[in-house]
Design a protein around this ligand. Structure first.
Ligand code: ATP
Ligand code: MG
Ligand code: MG
Ligand code: MG
Length: 561
């Protein structure tokens, strides 16, 4: 490709809104442009890299027998109401109406569509297991779209859904997916860790996240210095004591009826628009569930919580469950209902200014305590186990260390949550209808692109791994002297014929501009046609290492191979 004929709008200065390293370099090197907050265009260079990442993902998905398809981004709200995610997703779900006033959503993910498709099209155990996947644009009205491609409101995801007759079959698929993800992220050259994650509102039990290690990462990973143990920090803290399963949830759901009015009041109170991140931590101690929502600086809060969880918060549980919401504003207490609401409460609470504490006994969640101003007291809550840096690792091997990670993928055993809600059944060998069990598996494709740049850059621009770079060779011609132009044209032809993907900087720009742009863009091999063109000699440079050499035109193909 001739640079004069493509669109690579490089920038000399860093745009003021570039809030992450990858964001800065992708903008400056002309890979992406923002349309509005959280929504981007991929320019030709960005699209080429995206395609290479997607090709690797496709190869690994196809290799384990997943079937690619494409589902709609525009979805009827009906299915979302059936699974109750119409409410559960809250403000993150982008909703719209058509001319007949019917409700629609722009898909943030595709469990509803995938499950209803399989419900309608798969009837027998003979057709199972079955795995489908797609690479598609997703929409989420993120509270804080930021860091460029890392947290967008429109982004590209690979999402896969597997359907099974038995739990064993799901376990097997989960392992295969986990291995495929490991291969994908290795092939993408990422420094990553897979961590034990929190199944949360998805209703699943077993789940792992894949985290690209990077300082900009919004997740904290606790990992062992000497073993494979790694968990996201929330899970590391609750892992030993808290296990969430749909069965457990169902049991809990039988107990008590939620006081909807009270819950709504709490929700309304918490419904402030807060421009700071909140984090919720769920603990189980002494047969009680404790949800703590922190605001402001998570690191400071986590440390505070570790040492100052207020025991009285737990004692606030009113055993006869009859109390009403009190004193909204400075500490409010009210019955909240079932364990499934924990996530709903979290979601409300994360938007609030408040510290919210929600407790429960074995039967369910019974109170939430909201306090926007109070400092946590000094009393330690005895049975809570916390993980901090330098404690022993839970598996007994080595000590815990913390690292920041970007969630680039997640694998989930969803179980029967969606299949039950959507009545997705199959006929077993005896001809009896049974509920399907499911897994779902996501990779943030556009986020992964940015994560790669977080790990592959220097102070001059991007330093792509060879197989992911938009072009393999960047050919520069320094001025318009006929011998330089002619040699450059010959090399362009020669390398293109030999199968190399070459970007040829044929623009009428100063040498300094061409070198700076070339460093920004980050193509692995640079060939510069300059002073020694009449002798057929060019300069050869490796972007990642800065190694530099002269070589003759005739040696170039060998050199590159
Ligand atoms: P996060 O915790 O960062 O909000 P998530 O857990 O909500 O992500 P999933 O529902 O697991 O995301 O979606 C699968 C993958 O999609 C994630 O692992 C991540 O790589 C990617 N992803 C999620 N949200 C975004 C976003 N706003 N922008 C870009 N990629 C995203
Ligand atoms: Mg999210
Ligand atoms: Mg997540
Ligand atoms: Mg996730």
């Amino acid at each position: 490709m001739r640079q004069s004929k493509t669109l690579i709008p490089t920038l000399k200065e860093t745009p003021a809104d570039a809030d992450a390293t990858s964001h800065k370099w992708l903008l400056r090197a002309g890979y992406i442009r923002q349309n509005f907050s959280g929504v981007y265009s991929f320019l030709p260079l960005g699209k080429k890299v995206l395609d290479k990442i997607e090709a690797i993902i496709r190869e690994e998905m196809d290799a384990i027998g997943a079937n690619e398809m494409l589902m709609p981004a525009l979805q009827s709200a009906d299915l979302w109401k059936e699974t109750e995610r119409w409410d559960a997703m809250g403000d993150e779900l982008i909703r719209l109406k058509d001319r007949h006033n019917r409700d629609f959503v722009l898909g943030p993910t595709h469990e509803e569509i995938a499950t209803s498709l399989i419900r309608d099209e798969v009837k027998s155990y003979k057709q199972l297991p079955l795995t489908i996947y797609q690479i598609q644009t997703k929409y989420r009205d993120e509270r804080r779209p930021r860091f460029g491609l890392l947290r967008g409101r429109e982004f590209i995801m690979k999402d896969a859904y597997s359907f099974h007759a038995t739990d064993e079959s799901l376990d097997e698929r989960y392992q295969q997916m986990y291995q495929a993800y490991t291969r994908i992220f290795n092939r993408l050259g990422l420094n990553f860790r897979s961590v034990i994650a929190d199944a949360g509102a998805m209703g699943g039990k077993d789940t792992h996240e894949f985290m690209a290690l990077a300082e900009i990462g919004e997740d904290t990973i606790a990992y062992s210095s000497e073993s494979d143990y790694a968990a996201n920090i929330e899970m590391a803290e609750v892992l030993d004591t808290y296990q969430f399963s749909t069965e457990e949830q169902k049991e809990l759901a039988k107990v008590d009826t939620p006081n909807q009015k009270t819950m709504q009041e709490v929700a309304d109170f918490l419904e402030h628009d807060l421009d700071q991140g909140m984090k919720s931590l769920l603990f189980k101690a002494d047969d009680q569930y404790v949800l703590v929502v922190t605001r402001g600086d998570h690191e400071v809060n986590e440390i505070k919580l570790k040492h100052h969880l207020h025991a009285n918060d737990v004692e606030l549980v009113d055993e006869d469950k009859t109390f009403e919401l009190m004193n909204v504003g400075f500490g409010s207490i009210g019955p909240i209902g079932v364990a499934e609401d924990i996530k709903v409460i979290c979601d409300y609470a994360v938007k609030s200014m408040a510290n919210a504490t929600c407790g429960a006994n074995e039967e369910g969640v019974h109170y939430i305590n909201v306090n926007p101003t109070r400092d946590l007291h000094d009393t330690e809550y005895a049975d809570l186990r916390f993980v901090s840096e330098g404690d022993p690792s839970p598996d007994g091997k080595g000590v815990i260390k913390f690292a920041k990670g970007i969630e680039i993928g997640q694998v989930f055993k969803l179980g029967r949550f969606y299949a039950e809600k959507l009545a997705a059944n199959y006929l077993n060998q005896q001809g009896k209808a049974e509920t399907l069990t499911m897994g779902c598996y996501g990779i943030g494709v556009s986020r992964t692109l940015a994560a790669i740049v977080e790990q592959y850059h220097d102070d001059r621009g991007i330093t792509w791994p060879v197989h992911l770079a938009p072009y393999q060779v960047h050919l520069l011609v320094l001025n318009n002297k006929p011998e330089q132009r002619e040699l450059a044209e010959e090399i362009y032809q020669q390398l293109t014929d030999a199968g190399f993907d070459v970007l040829f900087d044929d623009r009428n720009e100063r040498a300094g501009v061409k070198f700076a742009d070339s460093d920004l863009i980050g193509i692995p091999y640079r060939i510069t046609v300059g002073k020694k063109a009449s002798e057929g000699i060019v300069e050869f440079k490796v972007r990642q290492t800065n190694e530099q050499d002269e070589c003759h035109q005739g040696e170039l193909v060998d050199y590159l191979n």
